[in-house]
Design a protein around this ligand. Structure first.
Ligand code: ADP
Length: 445
């Protein structure tokens, strides 16, 4: 090993290397996505719809007008700047607003408009004149619950008697006191306690149950069972809605347990491609040499914005400092930052305040910065066994077809092993990665 810890991949504070299936990490990832996203993700794929009753007509809407929303809600929607329903909303909204109520399981990647859709459904569902809880919405974490709450506040800003409560730990009331808020958003444990132990909510009066981020939910110990227990207390006529960004078998099984007789909507994520990327590798010796190669790139190319990936926090910090000393405006995204701080760093970079973003992989999953023209793998992506991590490679440098912007990827090779990794990646994607001589950069132009 390396005495400086350079071979140790960045770890999360809880000491575990980040992996899917860890509910805390997934929830953080999801929160980061929400904090940095202000627009819909573009997706040209077709929505797949499976109706519970295949003989009933399939409605989809092209405008919010067609939904006959209450005027105060229509105003809320337009005030948020929404002109027309997103792809998933076109199908989901008519089902969610249908009379009699229909159950729905919907899957699409983050940023496609799921939250906005179910918030609109909750706001349409409630009767503000009734001073009891009518909608229950559960979410994997406190922070995610607050994000949903903000959308409720915004979209419901013209609904005068609307009130919202957060069923999250630390929100305490006397046992037996009934809530008057029509909507409760919270985490499964607290919401369950409020329905059972504390009797703040009468589950029999709930007319809509929303379970958000089902995939994140079941990755967290206990959340699955708590959700099922809440579900069991609800009346048969209660409308059940479940959302998830991904749909593995485990999510699917869970979904079927909490959503009887569902309509199902799926939107495949748009594939990333390497077709619009020119890929290179540079042979170097050690980190100083890689740094020199990087400076040579900057010396001879006009680079709008670049993202540089390192394997460890320590390497990222070293590189960021040296780039700064060379006069670059550098943003450093590193694991010791809170999710909010990370979101702020990404936001600054997006707005062009810094031209270079140095990051470790842990921090940068799920970030897509469209204007980035150069991605540098200062360290190549490897899995825990030291093999090429193709998925991460694609994710770092791939683009979705729509953005189509051309870009460059430069991989720093510093050993025979890393040369092998380049070969593995080349084979895997069947796309050439060309050797680049950074002292002679004509081939890149
Ligand atoms: P998801 O829940 O699938 O992650 P969101 O509902 O949070 O997606 O939507 C992602 C972003 O797109 C948010 O910033 C949201 O305000 C915005 N958005 C949602 N629906 C629309 C729409 N119909 N038109 C424009 N923007 C929208």
């Amino acid at each position: 090993g390396d005495i400086n810890g350079n071979l140790v991949p960045e770890k999360k504070e809880n000491g575990g290397v980040k992996k899917d299936g860890d509910g805390v990490d997934l929830a953080e990832q999801s929160l980061l996505n929400k904090l940095i996203r202000r627009t819909l993700v573009r997706n040209r794929n077709q929505v797949e719809v499976q109706q519970n009753d295949p003989s009933s007509p399939l409605y989809s809407v092209r405008s919010f007008e067609e939904l006959r929303l209450k005027p105060e809600l229509r105003r809320g929607v337009y005030t948020m700047g929404f002109n027309r329903p997103s792809r998933i909303q076109e199908n989901a909204l008519p089902m969610m607003l249908a009379q009699p109520p229909q159950n729905l399981i919907a899957q699409s990647q983050s940023g496609t408009g799921k939250t906005a859709a179910f918030v609109l459904a909750m706001l349409s569902n409630i009767n503000p004149a009734n001073k009891w809880t009518q909608c229950l919405c559960i979410s994997p974490t406190y922070e995610l619950a607050l994000q949903i709450g903000q959308v409720v506040e915004q979209m419901g800003q013209f609904c005068p008697d609307l009130r919202l409560a957060y069923g999250i730990r630390g929100n305490r009331m006397e046992r037996g006191v009934k809530l008057q808020e029509q909507i409760v958003i919270g985490t499964p444990g607290t919401v369950l306690d409020w329905c059972t132990k504390y009797k703040h909510i009468d589950p029999k009066k709930i007319t809509m149950f929303v379970l958000d981020e089902a995939d994140v939910m079941i990755a967290t110990q206990g959340h699955r069972d708590q959700s099922i227990r809440i579900h069991r207390m609800l009346p048969k006529i209660c409308q059940m809605l479940l959302f998830s960004a991904t749909f593995e078998d485990s999510v699917w099984k869970f979904a079927e347990q909490v959503v009887p007789e569902p309509n199902i909507i799926k939107l495949k994520r748009e594939e990333e491609t390497l077709d619009t990327i020119k890929q290179f590798y540079v042979v170097c010796r050690e980190k100083e040499d890689k740094f020199t190669a990087l400076c040579n790139l900057y010396g001879s190319l006009t680079i709008a914005q670049a993202m540089i990936f390192c394997h460890t926090r320590k390497m990222a910090a070293w590189l960021a400092e040296n780039l700064s000393l060379e006069g670059h405006q550098v943003a450093l995204l590193s694991g010791e930052l809170t999710v909010e701080q990370r979101a702020a760093v990404i936001e600054r970079f997006r707005n062009g305040k810094e031209k270079v973003l140095v990051t470790t992989n842990v921090c940068s999953r799920g970030i897509d910065v469209e204007q980035v023209s150069l991605v540098v793998n200062f360290d190549l992506p490897v899995d825990l066994d030291g093999n090429a991590d193709n998925e991460t490679y694609l994710h770092r440098i791939g683009r979705t077809g729509r953005f189509g912007r051309r870009g460059f990827a430069v991989n720093m090779v510093d050993s025979k092993h890393s040369m092998d990794i380049i070969k593995q990646i080349e084979m895997h994607f069947n796309r050439k990665i060309s050797k680049l001589d950074t002292t002679n950069l004509e081939e890149m132009e």
